[in-house]
Design a binder for this molecule. Structure first.
Ligand SMILES: Cc1cc2nc3c(=O)[nH]c(=O)nc-3n(C[C@H](O)[C@H](O)[C@H](O)COP(=O)(O)OP(=O)(O)OC[C@H]3O[C@@H](n4cnc5c(N)ncnc54)[C@H](O)[C@@H]3O)c2cc1C
Length: 512
């Protein structure tokens, strides 16, 4: 089997790459995805987010050394099929800083057109919500000085507004539904599901294809021009290591031949760390009230099916804000999300409580503590070793310490304060900076936004150069969240898709 391009992974970036490369009928493209098709209707229901995360059908659950689980999507669309749909482009200042650090092609002037083109295909919306709780939160946020905006992505000041979301006509839009479904009949595009890249194939130092595993069969697929790895920030470094590209000690421990020494494969991974807070409300309002019995759930389900409206049609979190952890900070360094619902604290799953509440999540958006991810064995089934590290730098600790206090200040002001009965968690025992940091480390989670594990940059020690070619070998590029050397202030689906867009730009330009 032979193609011009083999794209590994049909996630946020991979779908964009495969769409754009296959737009020219003269190029043949294989898009190889380990997961299956998005069969469950709950994937397209926006609030189905909470339901999908309970099961394993569409998810990888990677255990970390500190006993947590990092989730990723395992299905056409990758993590965009299971994520919270929050659509933040990243701040222009961060993209410009990234370009200054990594090389040309990544400044905001390069990224903005990519974001706009992607948004045209996706159809991003910011549902205004029809809920007294979100209206009250906006009122209280205004009173602490945050700007209330319907266009969250256009500002880099302290602000709050309806969450820009990858939702169109009341349905989740994934990278697959936006970029592949409509073009999958192109004769030069082959989309293979349940097909995983086991390792890269070489001729000397040139990558010539991929050994894929489809069911029990292993097949060698040749790539006449390039292999583009889009397997995400966890799987991409593992595929490189299993193919002999990475830290020599890691490669040796796998019993694999060293093809290219690359000291930062799997290193410098940057994940965000959050904390959660929940208050109960005095009256029975919000999403919990509208979904707290079988008949009500049936009614809201019907409304959703007929009109694509109601609480099921809005994003995982209805409001998003960015604010400064201290007045001296030059720009917002924390992102917050509010949902007008309460989670059941008695359940280990993300189950809705029967009472009304407000759930808040907050996390510093430009953390700098590095984690790492490495293969523990030569087979895909061998779980990676993820050394998840958080809040080790003074700046990370300073950013998170005030987050609870700021959320309490917003929820403590009218009009929302008039609705709040009590703080359900964490409560008054978590107040001082040390207590907040400990609370975040002990009960928080990674936000599933890892970047940087195969970061680009100008130095020999950077895994790829700015045009995303992997150093030390030919015929191989990486295009996914792993190449971003830093967080760009917010969530990572839009940045990963922009990486896919830019990778396609580079490949198309160089093929001319
Ligand atoms: C639960 C959750 C909630 C999130 N919420 C948000 C949010 O609200 N907003 C936001 O912007 N971001 C969110 N994110 C993060 C965002 O979705 C990801 O950062 C983004 O999708 C990463 O894109 P990617 O292309 O790097 O990888 P992915 O989208 O993860 O795609 C990687 C793909 O590669 C496939 N793959 C992996 N290994 C192989 C292999 N060896 N062979 C073949 N296929 C392979 C995987 O199955 C997957 O389909 C969330 C993520 C999760 C998991």
């Amino acid at each position: 089997m032979e193609f011009d391009y083999v794209v590994v992974g049909a996630g946020a970036a991979g779908c964009v790459v495969a769409n754009r490369l296959s737009a020219d009928p003269g190029r043949t493209v294989l898009l190889a995805e380990y997961g299956g098709r998005p069969v469950s209707p709950m994937i397209s229901v926006p609030k189905g987010f909470y339901y999908i995360l309970r099961g394993d059908r569409y998810l990888y659950r990677y255990p970390t050394r500190n006993g947590e689980a990092w989730l990723r999507g395992k299905v056409l669309g990758g993590s965009t099929a299971v994520n919270g749909m929050v659509w933040t482009r990243g701040a222009p200042a961060d993209w410009n800083a990234l370009a200054a650090r990594s090389g040309p092609g990544w400044a905001w002037d390069d990224i903005r057109p990519a974001c706009e083109a992607i948004e045209d295909a996706l159809g991003i919306c910011a549902p205004p919500g029809d809920c007294e709780i979100t209206r009250a939160i906006l009122g209280s946020a205004r009173s602490v000085g945050w700007h209330v905006t319907d266009d969250f992505n256009s500002l880099d000041t302290e602000r709050i507004g309806p969450t820009p979301s990858s939702i169109a006509n009341g349905k989740r839009v994934t990278a697959y539904s936006a970029f592949i479904r409509s073009v999958k009949k192109r004769p030069n595009l082959t989309v293979a599901t349940r097909t995983r890249a086991a390792r890269l194939l070489f001729d000397g130092h040139r990558v010539t294809g991929v050994r894929v595993q489809a069911g029990k069969s292993g097949i060698d697929v040749a790539a006449r021009r390039e292999v583009v790895v889009c397997a995400g920030a966890i799987e991409t470094p593992l595929l490189l290591e299993r193919s002999g590209i990475g830290r020599p000690d890691v490669i040796r421990s796998l019993g694999v031949e060293l093809r290219a020494e690359s000291p930062n494969v799997g290193e410098r991974l940057i994940e965000q760390r959050g904390l959660a807070m929940q208050v109960t409300l005095g009256n029975r309002s919000g999403i919990s009230r509208r979904l707290d019995s079988l008949p009500k759930r049936g009614w809201e389900g019907l409304k959703y099916l007929v009109a694509r409206s109601g609480p099921l049609a809005s994003a995982g979190y209805d409001l998003v804000c960015q604010f400064k952890s201290s007045p001296e900070a030059p720009r917002p360094d924390v992102q917050g999300l509010f949902a007008p619902l309460a989670l059941d604290t008695g359940s280990a799953e993300m189950k809705l409580a029967r009472h009304s509440g407000i759930l808040f999540m907050g996390y510093p958006i430009r953390p700098e503590t590095p984690s790492s991810v490495h293969a523990s064995g030569p087979a895909f089934e061998d779980f990676p070793v993820i050394d998840a590290r958080f809040l080790e730098s003074e700046s990370d600790r300073n950013s998170i310490a005030p987050v609870l206090g700021i959320a309490r200040e917003v929820l403590g002001r009218d009009p929302v304060a008039a609705l709040v009965k009590s703080e359900e968690f964490p409560g008054s025992s978590v107040t001082t900076p040390e207590q907040v940091i400990r609370y975040s480390l002990e009960t928080g989670r990674g936000i599933y936004h890892a970047v940087g594990s195969a970061a680009m940059g100008p130095d020999d020690a950077d895994v790829t150069g700015p045009r995303l070619r992997v150093r030390g070998v030919g015929g191989l590029r990486i295009a996914d969240a792993s190449v971003l050397p830093a967080q760009v202030s917010g969530n990572t689906a839009a940045p990963a898709m922009a990486v896919g867009w830019r990778a396609a730009d580079f490949i198309i330009e160089e093929a001319r």
